[in-house]
Design a protein around this ligand. Structure first.
Ligand code: AMP
Ligand code: TRP
Length: 332
């Protein structure tokens, strides 16, 4: 099965991105053909610094590699280096109802967040995301919960394309499969450390999230300062104890232990004991990420080479799809 996923290179990829998306990729690449993209064209729909974008792309690539994406197996590349993304994005825009785009939660949230930056690119964001997936005829898309709605829209657009331009031969006449979302069983929505009712987000103040490259001191500081709930017990209860429940989820995913098992260990212990232990667990878990990042920072050429090779492999697939799409749409 061909799998496609992507992350915006915004410079502070966090634990939510890792647990919601990247961690799934590593398992999926063992038995599937995976394409993992650094979506720079998506990153520029919200305010950004052009001088930092290239560095952020290399950082994102370092995270993919440090997390265990294998460039021999999976394709890793930068979206803008394969021009067909923009081309297919334009073409699919012509069959996407504006009403559908206006309903998108992410568009509404981001427009509220950046009131003076509500651009057409932000509105069309899910169309480009659909193009990303369909360009590779991706059948499944491992993402966190917040992206489920976008993948649903990709299904709608794929269906529409097939109806309008596919041959009338049922399944056999289909140009695109309708892509499925793959959500992790736990961790599809990691919450903010300061406000556990909100998802962990890159655009918030850094004390709300753990970046995968945070120093041990920062990790300790952020975890110790994380909002907890009234009461003293360390028990999982999302409504009554959203803060502790979020920390328990993180603990469980990082250690591969069940939440019950962790609860048992911390019966009669304090929030502070629990947080200290979580901070230690995270520091150890993220140590290879920091190490690998440091190493890759001195090996820009090597990382760029991986991205170039990935782009060449991606281009072969993308060009084949575009040839078919142009013919079906009467453009060739
Ligand atoms: P983005 O930062 O929006 O580029 O997100 C990259 C990937 O991380 C997407 O698959 C998101 O669904 C996922 N993701 C982002 N924030 C979270 C979160 N707080 N919890 C779980 N997954 C997340
Ligand atoms: N929109 C995704 C996010 O914000 C990133 C993304 C772009 C993506 N294109 C994609 C994810 C295609 C999966 C598939 O997280």
């Amino acid at each position: 099965m061909r799998i496609f996923s992507g992350i915006r290179p915004t410079g502070n990829i966090h634990l939510g991105n890792y647990l919601g998306a990247i961690k799934q990729w590593i398992a999926l690449q063992e038995t599937n053909e995976c394409v993992f993209c650094i979506v720079d064209l998506h990153a520029i729909t919200t305010p950004y610094n052009p001088k930092e974008l290239q560095k952020n792309i290399l950082d994102a690539a370092a995270i993919y590699l440090a997390a265990g994406v294998n460039p021999e197996k999976s394709i890793i590349f930068t979206q803008s280096s394969v021009k067909e993304h923009a081309e297919l994005g334009w073409l699919l825009g012509t069959i996407t109802p504006m009403g559908e785009l206006g309903r998108m939660t992410q568009f509404k949230e981001k427009s509220k967040q950046h009131k003076d930056y509500i651009n057409a690119g932000l509105f069309n964001y899910p169309v480009l995301m659909t193009a990303d997936i369909l360009l590779y005829k991706g059948k499944a898309v491992p993402v966190g919960k917040d992206q489920e709605q976008h993948v649903e829209l990709a299904r709608t657009i794929a269906k529409k394309f097939n109806q309008k331009f596919g041959s009338p031969r049922g399944e056999a006449g289909k140009v695109f499969d309708e892509p499925e979302t793959i959500l992790p069983k736990a961790g599809a929505k990691i919450m903010s450390l300061q406000d556990p009712k909100k998802k962990m987000s890159k655009s918030d103040d850094p004390k709300n999230y753990i970046s995968l490259f945070d120093s041990p001191e920062d990790i300790t500081k952020k975890i110790m300062a994380a909002t907890t709930d009234s009461g003293k017990e360390i028990i999982y209860n999302v409504t009554k104890k959203p803060g502790i429940s979020n920390l328990l989820t993180i603990y469980s995913l990082i250690t591969d232990r069940s939440v019950e098992d962790i609860q048992r260990e911390f019966v009669k212990k304090s929030y502070s004991d629990f947080k200290k232990s979580l901070a230690n667990v995270l520091i150890n878990y993220l140590e290879p990420f920091r190490r690998k990042q440091k190493e890759l920072q001195t090996r820009d050429i090597y990382v760029k080479e991986i991205l170039n090779k990935g782009a060449s492999r991606a281009k072969i697939i993308a060009e084949t799809t575009m040839k078919e799409v142009r013919e079906k749409m009467g453009l060739a």
